[in-house]
Ligand binder design. Structure first.
Ligand code: NAP
Length: 325
């Protein structure tokens, strides 16, 4: 049980004994890494895991680029290991979804479906979700040919016909990257011009392995146990064309999971959390880590790194305010 200073300079009132030193919202690599660090630093730590405990890696297959696993590791196994590592140092993990936060109160109030808990500090690690095409067959083949991350899954598609969907920087970077593995790479874009930066466009146009299918959308994905073909539809004349495809990379953007923080935490125009001094939000004592603020790197290892940074910043912030046990 924590014992906090009665002249708590943060809340300006006797601190509630039940308040956690830190509540971490979200349980991807950022959340679990933050939990490992804060609980190991003897901070009373609670992780509220969210609807998909373990985050995006729970829906991927093998992870080959996470250091320390020379033969690769399955995403769910990696996340279970991280969870157990956080629990080993005393992190309390609750599999629930946070539905409301009150950062105007001190201690902060975090409400999930089953409870409201109090926290002297918070690390937001709720990540981002890849935008989906929204066609029925997409979900059926997720992890069986349909991927949302070329860096993660590209090497599994050696010698395959690959389709990339999207016209932004990510789609072009991924299409270029995937030419290292695929027999062919077709980029399907819903318009006749790209949103991506000119330099990435030029690189992709100069790559003889990339074929551009303009004004097209994917209407159906087919296959047996894994993806075997796609049907693309011309948005102008409605004509459909069936193409062989062993892999489909959907690169149409991400949506940061920040809806519940709107009005309290500063967000950019796409909804990503704006940070200052590496991990601090506009609210003192509220920090953020991982894809919820980082739209550029979006890797398990970078999210974990940000989680570590946020945990160290929380520890320092609490120490400075005599909040330590
Ligand atoms: P984005 O810039 O939002 O582009 C998304 C693309 O997907 C757009 O071309 C969009 O088409 C298309 N799209 C959206 N919804 C669609 C749907 N339902 N069906 C079909 N197509 C759809 O996303 P992003 O490429 O992931 O980039 C996100 C941010 O990260 C950007 O700010 C980007 O500059 C940055 N980024 C930078 C780098 C780099 O600097 N190297 C690399 C990656 C990402 P429309 O164009 O028709 O809207």
């Amino acid at each position: 049980m924590s014992s906090y200073s009665a002249d708590d300079p943060v809340s300006n009132k006797p601190a509630a004994s039940q308040a956690y030193d830190v509540v971490i919202i979200g349980s991807g690599p950022a959340g679990y890494t933050a939990g490992i660090y804060t609980s190991r630093a003897k901070l009373r730590t609670r992780i509220v895991s969210g609807t998909l405990p373990g985050g995006q890696l729970m829906t991927t297959s093998e992870v080959e680029n996470y250091p320390g696993f020379p033969n690769g590791i399955f995403g769910p196994e990696l996340m279970m290991n991280m969870r157990q590592q956080a629990e080993r140092f005393g992190t309390c993990i609750v599999d629930d979804e946070v539905i409301r936060v009150d950062f105007n109160k001190r201690p902060f109030e975090i409400t999930s479906h089953s409870e409201t808990c109090e926290a002297h500090s918070v690390i937001i690690c709720t990540g981002a979700s890849p935008r989906k095409l929204g066609i029925p067959s997409e979900e059926q083949f997720a992890g069986r040919g349909v991927s949302y991350c070329a860096t993660c899954d590209g090497p599994f598609f050696k010698g395959e016909d690959i389709v990339v969907v999207g016209g932004g920087d990510t789609a072009l970077e991924e299409a270029t990257f995937l030419t290292k593995f695929g027999k062919s790479v077709r980029l399907v874009h819903r318009r006749a011009s790209l949103r991506a930066s000119k330099i990435l466009q030029q690189k992709a146009f100069e790559n003889p392995k990339i074929e551009f299918l303009w004004n097209r959308v994917i209407s159906t994905i087919e296959g047996d146990r894994k993806v075997g073909a796609v049907t693309v539809k011309d948005v102008e004349n409605g004509l459909e064309q069936r193409l062989p495809a062993g892999g489909i990379f959907v690169a149409i953007g991400h949506e940061p999971n920040t809806a519940i923080y709107k009005g309290q935490i500063d967000l950019d125009n796409k909804g990503y959390i704006i940070l200052k001094n590496h991990t601090a939000t506009n609210i003192e004592g509220v920090f953020a880590a991982g894809d919820v603020h980082d739209f550029r790197y979006r890797q398990a290892i970078t999210a974990g790194g940000f989680g570590c940074m946020a945990a160290l910043d929380v520890e320092k912030w609490l120490t400075e305010r005599k909040h330590r046990r």
